[in-house]
Write a protein that binds this ligand. Structure first.
Ligand SMILES: NC(=O)c1ccc[n+]([C@@H]2O[C@H](COP(=O)([O-])OP(=O)(O)OC[C@H]3O[C@@H](n4cnc5c(N)ncnc54)[C@H](OP(=O)(O)O)[C@@H]3O)[C@@H](O)[C@H]2O)c1
Length: 232
């Protein structure tokens, strides 16, 4: 077995910007071997190996790209020690202004891709590995002009709750984080919110990355995290 095959990296799905980008950087600072994926990642030359700390291109909305990416990962690594699901998008409009196309595209990225990626990476997970999903305060509470977002965040929370029970016998930990406002692209252009009331993205990324340092026998399940002002 080559030295690369013995490594068990962490995958950050959605490392192009915001929370995921910060998690990838902070994992690197913690000395963890981690690889990112997102639409804006670098295109990997099929003959070269994955390099830790880099974000590679994969459009998770094109669900057919997911098995392709996972099989390329499997050629280099036998297992992963964890996966952060930090990709996603917002859709903030009154319900009567959301088109079916927008609704469907939101669910393809935020839910279908999450399901497909989870399913594909399962064979790479050994006892002690973790899966970390990001829900939101919108995953346990309703907000106006947020029907699609609240529905997808509640769905992620439900998916993760069921998966946790399914994977417990295998020793695979499923963690759901419900963050309050973290200042990223998702908030830009939304009126009535102040950046100063939100958690700076690097503070959040720094904390999220530390979940990868927990001992295997510690099973965090549901974690709510808010800025000082609480729910905005
Ligand atoms: N910020 C908050 O206050 C907050 C609170 C609770 C939950 N969340 C959740 O956290 C997640 C990340 O949000 P964020 O605030 O960090 O927003 P963001 O900066 O917009 O990040 C979105 C991430 O998803 C990736 N992405 C988007 N479409 C993709 C696609 N088709 N394929 C692959 N990757 C894709 C982006 O990278 P590319 O652009 O390179 O594709 C980026 O890394 C979202 O699911 C959001 O709902 C955020």
């Amino acid at each position: 077995m080559s030295s690369s095959e013995k490594k068990t990296p962490i995958l950050v799905a959605g490392a192009g910007s915001g929370i995921g980008k910060s998690v990838l950087e902070n994992l690197d600072m913690l000395g963890k071997d981690a690889i990112g994926i997102s639409r804006t990642g670098v295109v990997r030359d099929v003959k070269s190996s994955f390099e830790f700390g880099k974000n590679y291109q994969c459009n998770l909305s094109r669900t057919s790209e997911v098995p392709e990416f996972v099989s390329s990962l499997q050629k280099q690594f036998h297992s992963l020690s964890g996966v952060y699901f930090t990709f996603g998008s917002g859709l903030f409009k009154p319900v009567d202004q959301i088109t079916l196309e927008e609704w469907n595209a939101h669910f393809v990225l935020n839910l279908n891709s999450l399901f497909v990626l989870t399913k594909e990476i399962l064979p790479l997970l050994k006892p002690g590995a973790f899966l970390c999903y990001l829900s939101s305060t919108a995953g346990y509470q309703g907000f106006p002009e947020s029907t699609a977002y609240c529905a997808s965040r509640h769905a992620i929370a439900g998916f993760a709750k069921a998966l946790r029970e399914e994977l417990k016998p295998k020793g695979i930990r499923v963690i759901t984080v419900y963050p309050g406002a973290v200042y990223t692209e998702i908030w830009k252009g939304r009126e009535g919110f102040d950046q100063d009331d939100m958690i700076p993205v690097d503070d959040f990324g720094k904390w999220l990355a530390t979940l990868s340092t927990l001992p295997d026998a510690v099973y965090p399940d549901e974690i709510r995290l808010l800025p000082r002002k609480g729910i905005l």
